[in-house]
Write a protein that binds this ligand. Structure first.
Ligand code: DX5
Ligand code: ZN
Length: 213
């Protein structure tokens, strides 16, 4: 499994040290919240730029923002490798957002909230590199895993082979060893974990436990 630690619950007063505590994971998950699409506000592209000065991991940026089309370039220029936007947040055209991301030469991710029907993503599947299934209501870390995510992952896994698509299936929210195993068995490729990793002193070990679920 690919592990993407979400440092949402990290100590931002010593961010470089916190990021250095997860260097054994190939990816790092940035949770960007604007206080509009979700109630909380976290950080903007300047954090991506800061972290890029001391990390060469894959920057997996999760935009929980209204009208993501307005900020894509900021995150691409700051060093994002994967930019995931929310289907529900686009005010113009989802296809236009996808093409804009391709023009910016970043990998394209699309995500949806737990209450949004997965079938709505079908038209976009051949054009994206990653689908992020939210297994919690976006907006904060430390929530309990929503089992309804399993059915969505299984649907995506089936569609992926039916349509001969290559997208990765990423799952985000309430991931630990047991929920990680559940979603892996359903077809997931990437696990986002925040509290499971950052609540531990030995983060390397927490990441290894998830890699081998
Ligand atoms: C929630 C974020 C998730 C969350 C994961 O809006 O997208 O990445 O921080 O945190 P845990 O693993 O603690 O649920
Ligand atoms: Zn996230």
């Amino acid at each position: 499994m690919i592990i993407a630690p979400s440092f949402l619950t990290a100590d931002f007063s010593k961010l470089e040290q916190e990021i250095k505590s997860i260097t054994n994971s190939p990816w790092i998950h940035f949770d960007v919240m604007d206080g509009l699409f979700v109630p909380n506000k976290t950080y903007d592209h300047t954090i991506v730029l800061e972290v890029s000065s001391y990390s060469n991991q894959v920057f997996d940026v999760h935009l929980m923002v209204e009208e993501p089309e307005k900020v894509l370039e900021d995150y691409a220029n700051a060093g994002a490798d994967v930019i995931t936007f929310h289907f529900e947040a686009v005010k113009t055209s989802v296809f236009e957002v996808i093409s804009q991301l391709k023009r910016l030469d970043v990998r394209v991710g699309i995500s949806l909230k737990p209450s949004t029907k997965i079938e709505l993503l079908e038209p976009y599947l051949p054009y994206v590199d990653l689908v992020l299934v939210m297994s919690v209501e976006p907006g904060k870390g430390g929530q309990a895993f929503l089992p309804s995510a399993i059915e969505k992952i299984m649907w995506l896994n089936k569609k992926r082979s039916e349509l001969h698509c290559q997208f990765l299936i990423e799952v985000d929210g309430g991931i630990n060893v047991s929920t990680g195993k559940l979603v892996k068995d359903a077809g997931a490729d990437v696990l986002v974990a925040g509290s499971f990793i950052f609540n531990r002193t030995d983060r390397f070990k927490a990441i290894e436990e998830l890699e081998y679920v």
